[in-house]
Ligand binder design. Structure first.
Ligand code: FAD
Length: 453
């Protein structure tokens, strides 16, 4: 069987290219060994945000002295429905656009052939959208019962009393917030200086204070040395000599690219030290017909990045005018109640690069939208180039930050000035008003905050 294009991996980096190319009349085959939609649809973005939505509602009711309790089984069933419906919509689209979907693990034989279960497929172009697996921690291996990854923690049949999270990165913090909202005793153990170690300290500290108020226990600069499983609990031995007991452990220390045992060595694909596929600017991984994109090539492991890369590859394969990704524009978003959205450089990165910058920071708790949605730790911080006022980076710590960062993108892209923003009617009562407030503040004419002159 000969195909114009073969795509290995049906996640956010794979299916968009498959659909696009099939739509344009190419004969496309897509291989998926697990579930269409990949990590995002089945074990990541979709189920985690469904739980998040419910858990924030519970938090809000509790805050005003209400009694909020969810039925765990029916919530889980709703989450499953959301995921299943999302996945079947994608399957239907692939079917309707004429993409041939083959179940099973694909391995590459040479620059024109790959095989699944002994059946050989011939291809013209190949897209490697292989994604990642959750990374285990040394000898603390996933057992799908007490020691969990994101793939199980979002599908627990019963609510655990307690959850120990190893790793205070994005996934660890998102899950901590969500489970704490639902009344689970959560402990985070982070090996580095602070949770969300890649962020500026003021960002991490805000989230830390916010989580501490929800009774999340946080250990920083602390390692889990070993664990012991008992009948109904698991014990974790920490480097500070404390012993933590929990019903479940979530290991969220990072991801491993699925680039092994796929035959990549047969087609001259290079991997970096961490096992991610090395690509050029046009996302070519080897020669003119082998491409790779999404989590498997590293960079920010985010679905919106994977999706755009996939479309850019598809356009290139189709011989159309394509585009290269401006990675500076990929917002990092963290859905942690008090949410975080980051664009461009952090202060930490600017210092590391030796770049001079000016920083303006506006606490935004005074905005009604923030006050209602709850968090006194909210702020917007923008770093500027002092020479020409170009925006180096934006950090938003507030409810809805992951949504409203889109309003900040034009500023970051240089297509909006503070003067224009100050005259733009950002809708009341939304957190996006923070942008106009920020402009007024920078221009020295704030209405809603008092500045002594
Ligand atoms: C808990 C969690 C929450 C997240 N939340 C968000 C969020 O809110 N927003 C966001 O932007 N990102 C989020 N992410 C990240 C997002 O899920 C990933 O960036 C995205 O899934 C990457 O897509 P991908 O297609 O590159 O890889 P994957 O989704 O991993 O897909 C790769 C697919 O390839 C298949 N595959 C691999 N090798 C083979 C082979 N040899 N043969 C056949 N099939 C193969 C795999 O089975 C898999 O289905 C989250 C991740 C997690 C874990």
């Amino acid at each position: 069987m000969k195909y114009d294009v073969a795509v290995i991996g049906g996640g956010v980096a794979g299916y968009p290219a498959a659909i696009y190319l099939s739509m344009k009349g190419f004969k496309v085959v897509l291989f998926e060994e697990r579930l269409i939609g990949g990590e995002c649809t089945n074990y990541g973005c979709v189920p985690s945000k469904a739980w998040y939505y419910v858990s924030e509602a519970v938090k809000t009711l509790k805050k005003i002295g209400g009694e909020a309790r969810i039925d765990w089984a029916s919530t889980l069933s709703w989450v499953r429905d959301v995921v299943d419906n999302t996945r079947s919509s994608l399957e239907e689209l692939l079917y309707k656009y004429g993409v041939e979907v083959v179940k099973g693990k694909a391995r590459v034989k040479d620059r024109e052939h790959l095989y699944v279960d002994g059946i050989v497929f011939e291809y013209g172009n190949l897209l490697l959208s292989l994604g990642t697996d959750p990374k285990p921690l040394g000898n603390i291996v996933f057992d799908h019962d007490k020691v969990l990854s994101n793939r199980e923690v979002l599908y627990l049949d019963d609510k655990p009393e307690s959850l120990l999270i190893i790793g205070g990165g994005v996934i660890g913090v998102e899950i901590a917030n969500m489970f704490a909202n639902l009344g689970v005793n959560v402990v985070i153990v982070e090996a580095l200086d602070h949770i969300l170690p890649f962020t500026d300290t003021d960002v991490a500290l805000s989230i830390k204070k916010y989580l501490l108020e929800k009774n999340v226990t946080i250990y920083e600069k602390t390692l889990v040395k070993k664990i012991e499983k008992e009948e109904s609990i698991v014990k974790a031995y920490l480097s500070n000599d404390e012993i933590i007991e929990a019903d479940k452990i979530l290991v969220a220390i990072g991801r491993s690219p699925k680039t092994m045992d796929v035959g990549l060595e047969n087609i001259g694909v290079s991997l970096d030290k961490a096992g991610y596929i090395v690509v050029d600017k046009e996302l070519r991984a080897s020669g003119s017909n082998i491409y790779a994109c999404g989590d498997a090539i590293g960079g920010p492991l985010l679905a919106h990045k994977a999706l755009l890369e996939s479309i850019s590859v598809a356009k290139r394969i189709a011989g159309e005018e394509s585009f290269t990704i401006n990675y500076d524009l990929v917002p990092v978003t963290i859905f942690s109640g008090l949410e975080i959205a980051l664009l461009g450089y952090s202060e930490k990165e600017l210092r590391g690069k030796g770049l001079k910058y000016v920083v303006k920071k506006l606490p935004i708790y005074y905005l009604s939208a923030v006050r209602i949605k709850d968090s006194k730790y909210s702020f917007v911080k923008i770093m500027f180039d002092p020479e020409n006022n170009r925006v180096y980076g934006v950090e938003i710590v507030s409810p809805n930050a992951s949504e409203i960062v889109s309003a900040y993108l034009p500023l970051y892209m240089g297509s909006l000035t503070m003067e224009t923003i100050a005259k733009t009617p950002y809708p009341h009562l939304t957190v996006s008003e923070s942008l106009r407030e920020f402009a007024e503040y920078v221009l020295g004419e704030p209405i809603h905050i008092f500045i002594k002159r």
